[in-house]
Design a protein around this ligand. Structure first.
Ligand SMILES: *Cc1c(COP(=O)(O)O)cnc(C)c1O
Length: 474
């Protein structure tokens, strides 16, 4: 066995690892530019993002098996106990999760039999590769469903099941750039960080557009930012649900703004980032419709958010005509390369196919209605308790004053930004769960602010005066 250890250390090049420089400070922290928490006029705690926090205290070490482990069974017992404890913590953490838009309520028991297979859809979903253990038949079935939802004919669309919403954005913006190599990227400030990552990766010129207090793109500012670049085509990221406030950009107004500034349809490309609400919006009657009947180039959505899935995944749909410019034939695969990743999770399409079949259009519609109802319930109860809160009309994301205690934030896994936090009401968030959360929040808040003796923070600059309930604005 000594031989393989030598081989391993040779491969890892352990001897060549350089020592850390003398002035390296492992305790150095990267500060985000968030306002400090202020209670009673004094600064009590700075919010810091500490890279790598806790990584080593929570690490489960990998150890070499002892020679006699196989005989004693000690190792198997050890691993079984680690997994059992881990499972228990997953159950507990799943119960107290409110902040991220993941539907944790699903039952894929019927698919357990598939975990013995290495299912991989590498290459183009529509061109079978030489690798036979794939699930393209499920993938294309799912893609057809989404193409129908967004009104693009079977022979006019192209798409694939991605590894996440980010990959959809990376792909959509890449298609935009391949269509318009000198295009300028426009995205609202409240777009997901993956959009700006795409701009950096592809070295695109990028204009950040201001937002309204709701979190929607400010089309007046959009027009002002378009004008200086009239000589170059425009590539626009439109948010169908922003990450923090759940705001839906007005697609129709974005198109109108482009037209009014002199951009004809052959001079712009719109990617719709529907990671969050892409599958919820079609079921909200008042929502501006996302459809390929409008001049848009691509739409993406996350599969593990509203739909719910044990592994991250997503769907990306674009126009077939665009994809031909982007793809390359790969002899080794006997397929075509038009995706961001090489190997692709072949299990994910089967999970999505399973849910779409079980719930169907009407099932999703019911769940969306329930989420919106529960979101209103949460917002109303927060406000009734004197806590500033906002809920956009087309959204199930309730934004409110950031809870004062980080322990509480961690327990409920709330997502926070500056002075605000949010709960994204997904199908697994029941009224009972919201009641548990609210009762604890109201109870704890009374101690944080000493039953009103201390002032709770003002959230007017984040949520608007009308949604703030601080001393000044209530
Ligand atoms: C979550 C999210 C993404 C990214 O999705 P991942 O699946 O986490 O990569 C992109 N855009 C928006 C608006 C999101 O909420």
């Amino acid at each position: 066995m000594a031989g393989s250890v030598e081989l391993l250390s040779a491969e890892l090049n352990l001897k060549k690892i350089e020592p850390l420089p003398d002035d390296f400070d492992p305790t150095a922290v990267v500060k985000d530019d968030l306002p400090p928490v202020v209670a009673d006029g004094e600064e009590v705690k700075k919010r810091e993002i500490v890279p790598g926090r806790n990584v080593h205290t929570t690490c489960l070490e990998v150890t070499e098996p002892d020679v006699d482990d196989e005989v004693t069974g000690e190792r198997d017992a050890y691993m079984a106990s680690v997994l059992a404890r881990y499972r228990k913590s997953l159950v507990e953490r799943t119960k107290h999760h409110l902040g991220y838009p993941y539907n944790l309520d699903f039952d894929y028991g019927a698919l357990g039999q598939l975990q013995h297979f290495s299912i991989n859809n590498l290459g183009d979903p529509f061109i079978e590769s030489n690798y036979g253990v794939h699930s393209r038949q499920f993938e294309v079935g799912v893609l057809d469903w989404f193409a129908r939802l967004w009104e693009l004919e079977k022979n006019e669309y192209w798409g694939y099941i991605t590894n996440c919403g980010t990959e959809g954005n990376l792909h959509g913006i890449l298609v935009g750039r391949e269509v318009f190599p000198d295009g300028v990227l426009y995205a609202s400030r409240e777009s997901h960080y993956s959009v700006f990552k795409a701009a950096r990766m592809y070295r695109m010129e990028c204009e950040k557009v201001n937002t309204l207090i709701s979190g929607e793109i400010d089309c007046e500012d959009f027009k002002a930012k378009l004008l200086p670049h009239k000589d170059k085509p425009a590539i626009i990221n439109v948010n169908i649900g922003t990450t923090v406030k759940g705001a839906v950009d007005d697609l129709d107004l974005v198109i109108k703004s482009l037209e009014e500034t002199g951009f004809t349809h052959d001079r712009f490309y719109i990617h719709c980032d529907g990671a969050l609400f892409g599958l919820m919006m079609p079921f909200v009657k008042r929502a501006p419709k996302v459809t390929f009947k409008k001049p848009i180039g691509s739409v993406s959505v996350s599969g593990h958010k509203f739909v719910g899935c044990p592994m991250p995944c997503g769907v990306q749909i674009t126009r077939l005509q665009h994809i031909n410019a982007l793809s390359r034939n790969v002899e080794y695969l006997a397929s075509r390369d038009a995706t961001i990743m090489g190997s692709r999770n072949g299990h994910a399409p089967i999970f999505l196919w399973y849910t779409l079949n079980r719930k169907g259009y009407r099932g999703f519609q019911k769940e969306v209605q329930k989420c919106l109802r529960n979101a209103h319930y949460l917002k109303d109860r927060l406000r009734a308790a004197g806590i500033g809160a906002m809920l956009n009309e087309l959204s199930s994301t309730v934004v409110f004053e950031r809870p004062h205690d980080e322990e509480f934030v961690r327990k409920w896994q709330l997502a926070c930004q500056g002075n605000i936090a949010h709960v994204v009401v997904m199908p697994n968030i029941t009224v009972e769960k919201l009641d548990d959360f609210l009762n604890e929040l109201i109870d704890k808040r009374a101690t944080w602010y000493q039953n009103g003796k201390l002032q709770s923070p003002c959230v007017a600059s984040d949520l608007g005066k009308e949604n703030c309930l601080c001393e000044l604005h209530k």
